[in-house]
Design a protein around this ligand. Sequence first.
Ligand SMILES: [Zn+2]
Length: 77
Amino acid sequence: MKLILLLAALGVAWWWRQRRDAEQAQRHAARSAASQPLLQDMVRCNACAVHVPKADAVAGRQGAYYCCAEHRRRAED
Ligand SMILES: [Zn+2]
């Protein structure tokens, strides 16, 4: 009987630790995901001077960036 109680206690302790570790990993992942947009490179639209994240910008000729395809068309035509 003592052995069963001991095993049950160990099982609960193990489960508790797993849960805490999972919560910590989740919190850490959420925090790093939230801070990611702040580290994005920003580029300036060559037509209207608006700053947009490089990932969302439209690349034009000679390394120029634009906020949208319309501005690229207008600037490069
Ligand atoms: Zn623009």
